[in-house]
Design a protein around this ligand. Structure first.
Ligand SMILES: C[S@@+](CC[C@H](N)C(=O)[O-])C[C@H]1O[C@@H](n2cnc3c(N)ncnc32)[C@H](O)[C@@H]1O
Length: 318
């Protein structure tokens, strides 16, 4: 996969940083992680299946492979659980991930600059569901960066099943590790800002990698309470340990202004429902999902008594 990334990236502006990205990724893949043999074995088994072409047939990223052995493929893919992002369909095997990623995609895609021929960065890409969508929307290259190794292996598992994969790649990198070079036309940061202790630094790092006039699509939790600027969760939020800040829409707008982004527009606010985030048999033993994270008597509150998850999408330019 790294050699395919090299081949593709060297024919784009990412040529300037691609050796550096490959060196960092090689180091990350060599991490001492006891699950790697199991994940690699799963990929080896997946390689024995037929490949097919990739399309978006909503809600699925669909691989039209014939004569797939569903039982064997399902067993291999389940070695890579939990599948949070998706959904995918391979032949007639439906991989119904916890999240219906298509719902977020449809909210934003009509409003952003066309991705055709663009150099695109998907920060915190998970297994690359959106990165694939960016590539099949015509990006010259769509690079996902995702520090969690399992999601990199999930990306590779899906890629193994695609005949002639599009120019989408996921590398095990943090935004903090990206060279500060303004090379990307469009940058997505979706579901990442609230995981950052320092929101200012995250916005600056996004800006550092964007071309002049490049576009940022920022999606994050917000709160909608009168006269409350932000909430800093003291413990967990929606059972998540690492949620550092829930701004109001106005506060988030101010953060983007302070970071000197231009043409800041709010595209959408959506309260997360169990249509979009649900328990499926692809998420493993810990089968908790949205319904377990909310107050059983009041779906406007989380189990911790904070406002239930609501996400905003902003777009702005550098
Ligand atoms: C909630 S998921 C969102 C996935 C996907 N972007 C989406 O919108 O569904 C956030 C992802 O960001 C990754 N992440 C967190 N901090 C990051 C950072 N500093 N750089 C890159 N990725 C990061 C996490 O590992 C996680 O997979």
């Amino acid at each position: 996969m790294l050699s395919d990334f090299y081949k593709c990236a060297t024919s784009t502006q990412l040529d300037l940083i691609c050796t550096q990205l490959i060196n960092l990724s090689t180091r990350a893949f060599n991490a001492n992680n006891g699950n790697i043999p199991k994940w690699e074995q799963a990929i080896e088994q997946i390689k024995t299946q037929n490949t097919g072409s990739l399309d978006f047939i909503t809600p699925y990223l669909n691989i039209s492979a014939h004569h797939i052995n569903n039982l064997t493929l399902e067993k291999s893919l389940k070695q890579l659980m939990p599948w949070r992002k998706g959904p995918y369909q391979i032949g007639n095997l439906q991989l119904n991930s916890e999240w219906r990623g298509d719902m977020k995609w449809h909210r934003l895609i009509p409003h952003i600059k066309p991705l055709k021929d663009k150099v695109v960065l998907d920060v915190g890409s998970g297994n690359g569901y959106f990165t694939y969508l960016m590539a099949i929307s015509g990006a010259e290259i769509a690079l996902g960066i995702e520090p969690f190794l399992l999601f990199n292996y999930q990306f590779q598992a899906i890629r193994t099943l695609i005949n002639n994969p599009p120019n989408a790649f996921v590398l095990p990198l943090l935004l903090e590790e990206m060279p500060k070079r303004p090379l990307f036309d469009t940058v997505f940061s979706m579901g990442v800002l609230y995981h950052q202790k320092n929101h200012r630094l995250h916005l600056k790092q996004l800006k550092d990698v964007m071309k002049p006039d490049g576009e940022l699509i920022l999606e994050t939790f917000i709160i909608d309470l009168e006269k409350v600027e932000k909430i800093i969760p003291k413990g967990r939020y929606s059972k998540m340990r690492n949620v550092y800040c829930l701004p109001s829409v106005n506060t988030l707008h101010t953060w983007l202004e302070d970071a000197e982004f231009k043409n800041i527009k709010l595209l959408d606010i959506t309260k997360t429902t169990s249509k979009e985030q649900r328990t499926t048999h692809w998420i493993g033993n810990n089968t908790q999902s949205l319904k377990d994270f909310l107050d059983p008597n009041n779906s406007d509150l989380t189990i911790e008594g904070l406002p239930a998850p609501r996400r905003a999408i902003f777009i702005c330019q550098k």
